[in-house]
Design a protein around this ligand. Structure first.
Ligand SMILES: NC(=O)c1ccc[n+]([C@@H]2O[C@H](COP(=O)([O-])OP(=O)(O)OC[C@H]3O[C@@H](n4cnc5c(N)ncnc54)[C@H](OP(=O)(O)O)[C@@H]3O)[C@@H](O)[C@H]2O)c1
Length: 180
């Protein structure tokens, strides 16, 4: 059994990065980071886009599956598995990476979040820096750039929200887990 969990921290207008493509400091939060790291410890593999992979060192040596058009399908390199979804299906890729099944953590970016909307999230852990807006930033899902909220996108895929939890009262940073 494969269970896909998505993780994002967004602004009130559902942005994961600013207009230059960088994560602004206001979306970096220690309590959210600690929650995310604890969640990654439960996952058998972390799936991320090439830029996120290159920007985030992997000191704990967690197993990674990196999306890139540079992969011919699926191959194992020294820093993880590299996958091109245009060349090989998800079922074939994950069947090779995790033949025993397990939890898959998906921390983005946007094209990766979009792809897994179709593959299917078991849960999406949506943290929010409340009261923050990032006009012209990069949205968590491309549909948010056409005016849909992230909540509407997730609920349109059959996920239901948990009660809002506060991870850090200072900003505040809240967490809602959307589950199938
Ligand atoms: N706030 C948050 O929760 C959050 C979450 C994630 C990211 N971010 C931030 O968002 C910013 C943007 O991230 P990003 O979206 O630019 O980078 P990204 O998703 O980490 O990497 C993009 C790259 O991944 C590969 N890729 C992604 N989807 C693919 C697909 N379907 N098929 C083939 N290759 C695919 C491509 O690599 P190739 O060029 O090699 O083909 C693409 O150039 C960064 O600043 C990051 O820190 C924030």
């Amino acid at each position: 059994m494969i269970e896909v969990h998505g993780y994002a921290i967004v602004s009130d207008d559902d942005r994961i990065a600013d207009e230059s493509g960088r994560t602004p400091d206001i979306l970096r939060n220690d309590a959210d980071w600690a929650y995310f790291q604890k969640e990654l410890d439960k996952a058998a593999v972390t799936v991320l886009g090439r830029l996120g992979h290159e920007a985030n060192p992997n000191p704990r040596g967690r197993r990674r599956l990196i999306l890139s058009s540079s992969s011919s399908g699926l191959e194992q390199r020294s820093d993880g598995w590299w996958w091109n979804p245009q060349a090989l299906s998800w079922n074939e890729a994950i069947g090779t990476v995790l033949p025993e099944g397990g939890r898959v953590a998906v921390p983005g970016g946007r094209r990766v979040f979009d792809l897994f909307l179709d593959i299917g999230y078991e849960a999406f852990h949506l943290s929010r820096a409340e009261g923050v807006r990032i006009p012209s930033g990069v949205a968590v899902f491309s549909a948010c750039e056409q005016g849909l909220s992230a909540d509407a996108v997730l609920s349109g895929r059959g996920l239901k929200p948990s009660a809002r939890e506060v991870l850090d009262p200072k900003v505040p940073i809240s967490l809602t887990i959307w589950r199938r």
